[in-house]
Design a protein around this ligand. Structure first.
Ligand code: PMP
Length: 410
């Protein structure tokens, strides 16, 4: 269960480049966005060169070909997550997918005072702010699972948080800061026993491990193309067929209507109901090429490769005095986002020393500010690994942290 990383890197010409000062690029920021293989760029270019047209409308051959390519992309994505084709809605990104669900639930007036929306303290702002807004609009109460000291969900309040008042449980499948993989299935089983809807943020899980929506147990799953080797500008909302069919639209306009009168409109069934306007067609085609690429590697092999890199990073960073991992320190229930702090050195300074050495990481609160507040720190330095990273690159990270300590006397 492995693949040839050196051979694979040839598909990513950007990894050959150097940064100012001449150091070779070590890209450890795939949690923010991934690099794109030639196969994805070629698929998009080929679409524009040979098939470009507005989908679902033209009475001409190009429009038919474009529609076929777009709907083919939907099938590819659906197969990848074990879904039916008409359960896959293309959006701009994870953020839009999550907003779509939150707004549509609000439009439906399903929630009101006395109802409860439950999130967690480790959510990306994209899976927190839309729920805060929904609570504000409907009068529902927002509550959340807190975190344990080792970066996992504190489930001691589960009986209190998930009961008959709970209407929505929104939880990240894998944290973009802590790396933690959450027990979505168990939480969903409990939430479903009380009739609540479960929304999973898959932005950091779908790109990194096999995810089957049947096994996951959630009702909705959101993820982004750009975090899984695909283009920016395309994301996915998966929803159970009967739930999507029951949901009113979020955006309205062309392409999503069955019939329009001057004073009223009937909407198409899903997925078209949720895809107003001309969609991001070339990007969807690029995303399908990214899925093909990942499937050729094998998602089990992708996860195993990342586990090896993560284990190395946890071990080597853990050996450095003054370096503290923020999140689970072992591989149980964790993915490849490794966040840490260094005593006496601000994460921005760590990031700068790494950057000068060509090592690209992210520093800050990573759009999940409640996490850094929970742990009483201003920010973290975060390395994230993907299919094209090597053990040498983990070592370059560790060497860079050592250099920062030597420079700043940390
Ligand atoms: N959720 C998580 C867990 C993420 O890591 C991200 C991206 N950092 C998002 C949501 C938002 O993704 P996007 O910006 O592609 O909408």
């Amino acid at each position: 269960m492995t693949f040839d990383v050196d051979a694979l890197r040839k598909d990513f010409p950007i990894l050959e480049r150097t940064v100012e000062g001449g150091a070779r690029l070590v890209y450890l920021d795939s949690g923010a966005t991934t690099q794109k293989p030639l196969q994805v760029l070629d698929a998009e270019r080929d679409f524009y060169l040979r098939h470009n047209a507005a989908v679902h409308r033209g009475a001409h051959q190009l429009a038919e070909e474009a529609t076929e390519a777009y709907e083919g992309a939907r099938q590819t994505v659906a197969r990848f997550i074990g879904a039916a084709d008409d359960e896959v809605v293309f959006t701009k990104n994870t953020t839009e997918s999550l907003n779509l669900v939150a707004y549509a639930l609000g439009n439906d007036r399903r929630l009101g005072p006395g109802d409860r929306i439950v999130v967690t303290e480790m959510e990306h702002h994209a899976n927190l702010v839309p729920w805060q807004q929904l609570a504000e609009r409907t009068g529902a109460t927002l509550d959340w699972f807190g975190l344990t000291d080792d970066g996992r969900l504190d489930l001691t309040r589960v009986d209190e948080l998930v009961d008959e008042r709970t209407k929505v449980l929104a939880v990240t499948h894998q944290s973009n800061v802590l790396g933690t993989i959450n027990p979505v299935r168990a939480l969903a089983d409990r939430a479903h026993a009380f009739g609540a809807l479960v929304v999973a943020d898959g932005a950091q899980s779908v790109p990194h491990r096999p995810v089957d929506v049947g096994e996951l147990g959630a009702d909705f799953l959101a993820f982004s193309g750009h975090k899984m080797l695909g283009p920016s500008g395309v994301g996915v909302l998966w929803g159970r067929r009967e739930l999507l069919a029951d949901l009113p639209p979020f955006l309205t306009g062309g392409s999503m209507i069955e019939i329009v009168e001057m004073d009223r409109t009937a909407f198409l069934p899903p997925p078209q109901r949720f895809e107003a306007g001309v969609p991001m067609t070339a990007q969807a085609v690029g995303l399908a090429a990214a899925v093909d690429y990942l499937e050729a590697l094998g998602m089990d092999a992708v996860a195993a490769h990342e586990d090896r890199l993560t284990a190395r990073a946890l071990e080597l960073l853990g050996e450095l005095p003054g370096v503290h991992i923020v999140g689970p320190r072992d591989l149980t229930d964790r993915g490849s986002a490794v966040s840490f702090t260094v005593d006496g050195i601000h994460p921005h300074d760590v990031g700068q020393v790494l950057d000068e050495r060509g090592v690209a990481v992210r520093v800050g609160h990573h759009c999940a500010r409640p996490i850094v507040r929970r742990y009483g720190i201003p920010a973290t330095t975060r390395a994230t690994f993907y299919v094209y990273n090597t053990p040498d690159e983990v070592d370059a990270l560790v060497e860079g942290v050592r250099a920062a300590q030597a420079y700043f006397g940390g």
